[in-house]
Each structure stands twice: as structure tokens, then as C-alpha cells.
Design a protein around this ligand. Structure first.
Ligand code: ADP
Ligand code: MG
Length: 268
């Protein structure tokens, strides 16, 4: 076979803590990657639906969501939405997804439902980014089973390293038992304030401990990133000149460079 079937690179944005910047990372990396060229899909795996709303899609009026796809009552193609400003597609989520946790338990291949949906429907994408919920639940497991790699956003706070060990252990277990492809792509320092000495210290500890698994790009604390979701836009689109937006565009470039895979030229 000489025809090239594009194989998406699939990444989970995960950290079992809430409020650490997963959703902000997912939508801004997606918008950043979309600007460099590649076709990008965001999968919202959090019943809070923040990645959906932050991409400008109303979670309350989704005809189909990731819930239907996981349960097999809609195909990926049927459930896809387009972020009006983000430049990427979204498989959205809303509160319905909270029920999936229970309903999935009785299903065949319960931790591989998302993987099979992506295998049959995500062929046209270069990148798939999965925004995970703040838990190490069956939903997160579906994300980890589908992915080639994990991006871990973290704040440089005192307990940051401690919290990381549960996630690292889960990733190791999934790697050993369910998904041999899975690896940690990198730790992303977010909401960083260089004026805070403790943050600098924790950042140094992270580098000492995890070496080149720490991304070079650092995302600063920047209010424009926090304001953007209420306008239904990633910060990268909402205020491209802001420090936060520029950092995420830089991060998108670093991701592409790390993967050793130059983006296909933008076609438009
Ligand atoms: P999670 O998805 O891990 O729960 P979020 O991405 O929703 O975390 O971020 C939590 C809160 O912090 C949100 O209100 C978000 O707007 C804000 N936030 C995230 N990253 C930044 C940043 N770099 N600067 C300022 N605020 C941020
Ligand atoms: Mg979130």
C-alpha cells in the first residue's frame, strides 16, 4: 500500500488535580497547532464541558456528545462540532458524561471505547488533544488508552511533585497493561510567576528530577488566558498579542519540534 493514511498523533492533557490548567492548555495548544497548519481535534472528556464552552460551543445544546460516542449511540463524525474561532474541531461534553462512568462499567472493552472511536473516525486529523477530567477515573483511562503521549500541565507549587506520583504510576500501569505506546511527552509549567521564589525553586526541582521531560516553554500567569473562555475563544485567538497567547503558540511549536514532524503546510 503506497497511499498514505494520515495517522493522528493523540495526546492526553492530564493531571488528577482540578484547576491546574488542563483545559486552558488543551484549547490553547489546539488553537496554536491549528495556526501552524495541522488539522486538530479536541476531545472533551470532562463532564464540566469547559473545553467545549471555551471553544465557543454551547454544551447545553449539543446534538451529540462524547457520551454518545463512548456509549456507541453516535459516530464520531455525527458528534463533531467546529470551534467557530479556534480553527479546530471538537468532540464536546456536558453533564451527561458524568453518567458514562457507571454505564461503561458493564460494557465490553470499557477502557478502549474512545480508542476504537478515534481509530475509525479520526483518520483525517494530524493531532488529537484529549482534555481529561480531574480524576484517575474510567474516563481518564479511556483517554490514556487512546493516546501516544501525555502532556501534564502543572503549577510550580510546594505539593506539585507529590501529586505527580499518582499520575506517573497510573501512566506506568496503563503503559504496562493496556497501552504500550503511552509515554509522558512532557511536563508543562503553567500559571508561572517568576517573581515568586518558591515557583523558581520548584521549577528547578522539576528540571533536576525530570530532565528533558520538562518542556522548555513556560506558560506565564496571564489574565487574558483566564478571560478568554467567557468569550468562547482560546486565549491564543482572543488576544494573540498577550504574553499567555504567545507562550502557547511557542509551546505548539515546541511540541511539533519535539515530535520531529514538521506540520503540513496550511491549506487555505
Ligand atoms: P483544569 O482544566 O485543570 O481544571 P483550567 O484550565 O480550567 O484548569 O484552569 C483553572 C483556572 O485557572 C481557570 O479559571 C483558568 O482560566 C485559569 N488559568 C489557567 N491558566 C492560566 C494562566 N496561565 N494564567 C491565568 N489564569 C489561568
Ligand atoms: Mg478542565
Amino acid at each position: 500500500m503506497t497511499t498514505k493514511t494520515p495517522q493522528p498523533r493523540i495526546f492526553c492533557v492530564a493531571n488528577q488535580k482540578g484547576g491546574v490548567g488542563k483545559t486552558t492548555t488543551t484549547v490553547n495548544l489546539a488553537a496554536g497547532l491549528a495556526q501552524v497548519g495541522p488539522r486538530v481535534l479536541v476531545v472533551d472528556l470532562d463532564p464540566q464541558g469547559n473545553a467545549t464552552m471555551g471553544s465557543g460551543i454551547d454544551k447545553r445544546t449539543l446534538p451529540h456528545s462524547v457520551y454518545d460516542v463512548l456509549l456507541g449511540s453516535a459516530s464520531l463524525a455525527e458528534a463533531l462540532q467546529r470551534s467557530p474561532k479556534g480553527g479546530y474541531d471538537v468532540l464536546g461534553a456536558n453533564r451527561e458524561l458524568a453518567g458514562a462512568e457507571v454505564e461503561l462499567v458493564d460494557l465490553d472493552q470499557r477502557e478502549r471505547r474512545l480508542k476504537s472511536a478515534l481509530a475509525s473516525g479520526a483518520g483525517g486529523y494530524d493531532f488529537v488533544l484529549i482534555d481529561c477530567p480531574p480524576s484517575l477515573s474510567l474516563l481518564t483511562l479511556n483517554g490514556l488508552c487512546s493516546a501516544h503521549g501525555v502532556i501534564v500541565p502543572m503549577q510550580c507549587e510546594y505539593f506539585a511533585l507529590e501529586g505527580l506520583s499518582d499520575l506517573v504510576n497510573t501512566i506506568k500501569q496503563v503503559h504496562a497493561n493496556l497501552n504500550p505506546e503511552l509515554q509522558i511527552i512532557g511536563l508543562l509549567r503553567v500559571m508561572f510567576d517568576p517573581r515568586v521564589t518558591l515557583q523558581q525553586q520548584v521549577s528547578e526541582q522539576l528540571k533536576a528530577h525530570f530532565g528533558d521531560k520538562v518542556f522548555d516553554t513556560v506558560i506565564p500567569r496571564n489574565v487574558r488566558l483566564a478571560e478568554a473562555p467567557s468569550y468562547g475563544q482560546p486565549g491564543v485567538v482572543f488576544d494573540p498579542a498577550s504574553k499567555g497567547a504567545q507562550a502557547f503558540v511557542e509551546f505548539a511549536r515546541e511540541m511539533v519540534a519535539r515530535l520531529g514532524q514538521p506540520p503540513s503546510p496550511a491549506t487555505a
